[in-house]
Write a protein that binds this ligand. Structure first.
Ligand SMILES: NC(=O)C1=CN([C@@H]2O[C@H](COP(=O)(O)OP(=O)(O)OC[C@H]3O[C@@H](n4cnc5c(N)ncnc54)[C@H](O)[C@@H]3O)[C@@H](O)[C@H]2O)C=CC1
Ligand SMILES: O=C(O)[C@@H]1CCC=N1
Length: 268
């Protein structure tokens, strides 16, 4: 049985290329390595100002390449450079590599696809940083008439690292915000909760352990019980107790509104 599973897994394995191995590029690479993809099947392009690709290739034994043509062994190439360089890289890459190009940055799906050779597909993805530990979310958008095999390949790559949502391009911004930006909001909340804990005498390291474990448990409870947030909140808020005093203070300070405005600001 184990052998069959291993053979099945081997069949799903594929070579994946990267241009840009910064924060999100390296998180995806770590996610692929954690999912037991062989390091030599991960190709990284030797470029960029920060030498992150060279460092990562050396440390994690990845295949470092210098020509876009070398990506032709890869089922997909992920462009994770950000900024204005993205579209030029995709255009040049598309002349030399014929497969699936995925970008973590911007660009118009239809316009870019029209400029690429017919055998090359272009799609946009927003992975979040927990992909590195297999607990991520990746949101993807394809042109409306994309080949099903392309969508399946992209899903096969990212389901190794967590959940995948395919959404229309016009919703990629908001889905990407809710999945991709909010880890930073949560980290900010953890820092603030920890500061208050330390202010009241809790050891810093212990406060982080407790708060992160509390978040993990709270999320698991919501996912497993399928209860709504208001039900779960009600289970904690004893009438006349300490939780409702804190909840009321959060309302007074505009906690909910701050989050709503933050999501709108990130997404638009
Ligand atoms: N950090 C995150 O959680 C997420 C980021 N994104 C998007 O992904 C893109 C990249 O973001 P980060 O990884 O955070 O940025 P980053 O600045 O950490 O990484 C970008 C990397 O690209 C490299 N690079 C730049 N030009 C290059 C070139 N011509 N050839 C090869 N490498 C080149 C840089 O040296 C750098 O290592 C951005 O568009 C961002 O909006 C999307 C989802 C999540
Ligand atoms: O901050 C950013 O622009 C990217 C998009 C999603 C997460 N980070």
């Amino acid at each position: 049985m184990i052998q069959i599973k291993q053979i099945f897994k081997r069949c799903l394995l594929m070579k994946i290329g990267f241009i840009g191995a910064g924060k999100i590029g390296s998180a995806i690479i770590e996610g692929l390595l954690n999912a037991q993809n062989p390091s030599e099947d991960i190709y990284v392009f030797d470029g960029g100002r920060h030498h992150t690709a060279q460092k990562m290739a050396a440390e994690r034994h990845l295949s470092l390449i210098n020509n876009y043509e070398d990506f032709n062994d890869c089922q997909a190439v992920i462009v994770a450079v950000g900024g204005s360089a993205t579209e030029t890289i995709i255009k040049n890459l598309g002349q030399k590599y014929h497969g699936i190009i995925l970008s973590t940055g911007g660009g118009d799906l239809t316009q870019i696809n029209q400029k690429l050779p017919a055998e090359t597909s272009f799609a946009k993805i927003v992975p979040n940083t927990p992909v590195q530990i297999g607990a991520g979310i990746t949101v993807a958008s394809f042109i409306p008439d994309e080949k099903p095999a392309v969508i399946t390949t992209v899903k096969n790559i990212f389901t190794q690292m967590g959940a995948v949502y395919v959404v229309p391009e016009k919703l990629l911004g908001i889905y990407g915000t809710v999945a991709g930006c909010t880890p930073a909001y949560v980290d900010l909340m953890v820092e603030a909760l920890s500061d208050a804990a330390v202010q009241n005498g809790v050891n810093r390291a212990e406060s982080y352990e407790i708060i992160n474990q509390m978040l993990l448990g709270t999320s698991k409870l919501a996912l497993i019980s399928k209860k709504l947030p208001e039900e779960l909140k009600d289970e904690v808020t004893t009438p006349g107790g300490s939780t409702i005093r804190g909840v009321t203070k959060l309302e007074e300070e505009g906690f909910r509104n701050a989050l709503i405005q933050a999501v709108n600001t990130s997404a638009n």
